[in-house]
Design a protein around this ligand. Structure first.
Ligand code: GAR
Length: 186
């Protein structure tokens, strides 16, 4: 099984979908560590429920981003992590981590990139009035939601219903991420 770390800043529903896919035998991987920059995030409780170790570091407690990422890399190496899976990790990755894990960091984003990068992609799509949006899995580089695209899925915007649209997008994320990771780890 491929040893992975999941990085998340929020709810962690993608983390949970990945972990459930592993437990169901749909994904040949093992989450060795959950990394968060938000020690109070709900993803921490989810990880604890599954008995997965959590590294919660507040970047503000480090002198620089390089120091922060170096501390993460040490923990990743101790666990033998091979791939980094970003799942709602709302921070740019710097050259320090990119150099430590070249071509081994992936991200999921709730839009058809390159449309609507950054925060609240679903809100941006609705605000713009697009009728079709979607989900993208891509390799990470130093940009915000840039980097080579691995997989995409389209989702229709449900008129005047942000909540319903969000629900469909999140469901699609959970399916697409598992599928894309399984391909990558083959
Ligand atoms: C997901 O929709 C993910 O695509 C998005 O954050 C959400 C996290 O949800 N990521 C980005 O917007 C990255 N720019 P989750 O914590 O429930 O997995």
């Amino acid at each position: 099984a491929t040893k992975i770390a999941v990085f998340a800043s929020g709810s962690g529903s993608n983390f949970q979908a990945i972990q459930e896919a592993i437990e169901n035998g749909e994904l040949n991987a093992k989450v060795e560590l959950v990394v968060t920059d938000k020690p109070g995030a709900f993803v921490v409780s989810r990880a604890e429920k599954f008995g997965i170790p959590v590294l919660a570091l507040n970047p503000k407690e480090f002198a620089s981003k390089a120091d922060y990422e170096t501390a993460i890399i040490e923990a990743l190496r101790e666990c033998g992590v091979e791939w980094i899976v970003l799942a709602g990790y709302m921070r740019l990755i710097s050259a320090v981590l990119l150099t430590a894990y070249p071509q081994r960091i992936v991200n999921i984003h709730p839009s058809l990139l390159p449309s609507f990068p950054g925060k609240d992609a679903i809100g941006q799509a609705i605000e713009h009035g697009v009728k079709i949006t979607g989900v993208t899995v891509h390799f990470v580089d130093e940009g915000m939601d840039t980097g080579p695209i691995i997989a995409q899925a389209a989702v229709s915007v449900i008129d005047d219903d942000r909540e319903a649209t969000e629900t469909v997008i999140h469901k699609e994320e959970h399916l697409l991420y598992t599928k894309a990771l399984q391909q990558l780890f083959k």
